[in-house]
Ligand binder design. Structure first.
Ligand code: NAD
Ligand code: ZN
Length: 349
């Protein structure tokens, strides 16, 4: 089959790799219908995260049709059209039962193979999905494949980020980073009941999208976000900062933006070696710091009704639709934010 594979820093190839096969009886094989490039793929692409085997199929955002099922798969059948969270989960362990499916003891991340172990990703014609019954969801009526694709990662992650920020009506929230995740976080804040939302980025086209989604844009290239937020909060700071970038600088900014007693909800994958604020600073501001991988499988179940209501135009963030074979160009556009690229969706076949 054909796949977009990793071959070192900023090198992705469209090439042939072996077709996946059922390994465990709880596996299924999907024929991928659409897949997307995520900000998390960029950490791998730029080698901020190191160790991925060369030749690994990239990608963890995809939908597909089941073409083969293992002997112990119960609820899924050949022909079902499904959406997938970006990690697998067993549905039975302690973490799955408390809704922290991202920390399932059997969890694996799509598109991450190290020393020949792990899973190939979904930027491919086919993908093997372990623990299929408890990882995959049939795409329900009223949810399109593209919405299903977004539910599997960035939509769930944005809403998870908002949930961790404990949204309350009347409070002031600030989203750092208006990439796909930050934009979804803005909609999450709105859905959970607040209206005073500020959004920070340096790219005018992304700030324009944030505005369309209901936030007031702050362009960090020519405005001081901390001053802007102080001015609108009687000098206090925001009730929570939603960090959706993942750099040391934006984590520091989150700390500087919140009021004493405020919350930092960080979903950006930060590869810095230490926190951007000291324990003493945390103490003197009484902050709450929430960070980590989104339990996408759990969130998907919660968010399906919101998607079905069609209250928000989630898929309007998709700026580029192309074929899988043009994925190398897709990486180049998305990584370098060329051509106002905000989200690339690749269709397969
Ligand atoms: P993206 O790269 O498209 O978006 C990042 C945005 O941040 C860009 O618009 C960029 O201009 C902006 N930015 C960068 N530095 C900034 C700064 N100093 N100030 C203001 N804005 C700045 O990525 P994305 O797809 O939106 O993903 C965002 C982050 O979320 C990534 O780190 C990704 O790995 C992470 N992520 C985490 C999870 C999770 O489970 N926690 C899931 C998905 C993605
Ligand atoms: Zn992702």
């Amino acid at each position: 089959m054909k796949a977009l594979t990793f071959h070192g820093k900023e090198t992705v190839r469209f090439e042939s790799i072996p077709d996946p096969e059922i390994i465990a009886p709880t596996d299924v094989i999907l024929k991928v219908t659409c897949c997307a490039i995520c900000g998390s793929d960029l950490h791998v692409y730029h080698e901020h995260e190191k160790g991925l085997d060369h030749g690994t199929a990239m990608g963890h955002e995809f939908t597909g049709e089941i073409v083969d099922v293992g002997a112990q798969v119960r609820s899924l059948h050949v022909g079902d059209v499904v959406m997938s969270p970006f990690t697998t989960s067993c549905g039975n362990c302690f973490y799955c039962t408390i809704g922290l499916t991202a920390r399932c003891v059997h969890s694996e991340l799509f598109g991450w193979r190290q020393n020949n172990h792990g899973l190939h990703g979904g930027q491919a014609e086919f993908v093997r999905v372990p623990l299929a019954d408890t990882s995959l969801l049939k795409i329900p009526e009223g949810v399109t494949q593209e919405e299903g694709l977004l539910l599997g990662d960035i939509l769930s992650t944005g809403f998870f980020c908002a949930r961790q920020a404990e949204i309350r009506a009347g409070n002031t929230y600030v989203v750092i980073g208006c990439g796909p995740v930050g934009l979804m976080a803005i909609l999450g804040v709105r859905e959970f009941g607040a209206e005073k939302i500020y959004a920070i980025d340096t790219l005018p086209e992304r700030l324009a999208k944030a505005k369309q989604f209901g936030a007031i844009g702050i362009n960090a290239a020519n405005q001081n976000p901390v001053e802007v937020i102080r001015e609108v909060t009687e000098g206090r700071g925001a009730d929570a900062a939603l960090e959706a970038v993942g750099s040391a600088a934006t984590n520091r900014l989150a700390y500087d933006l919140i009021r004493p007693g405020g919350i930092i909800s960080a979903v950006g994958v930060c590869t810095a070696g230490s926190l951007s604020f000291s324990p003493t600073e945390a103490y003197h501001k009484n902050i709450t710091y929430r960070v980590g991988r989104c339990p996408a499988r759990y969130m998907m179940g919660q968010l399906i009704p919101i998607v079905q209501k069609k209250k928000y135009d989630f898929t309007s963030i998709i700026s580029h639709r192309m074929q899988l074979q043009d994925g190398v160009k897709g990486y180049n556009l998305f990584a370098n934010k060329k051509d106002n690229c905000l989200k690339v969706v690749l269709s397969v076949g």
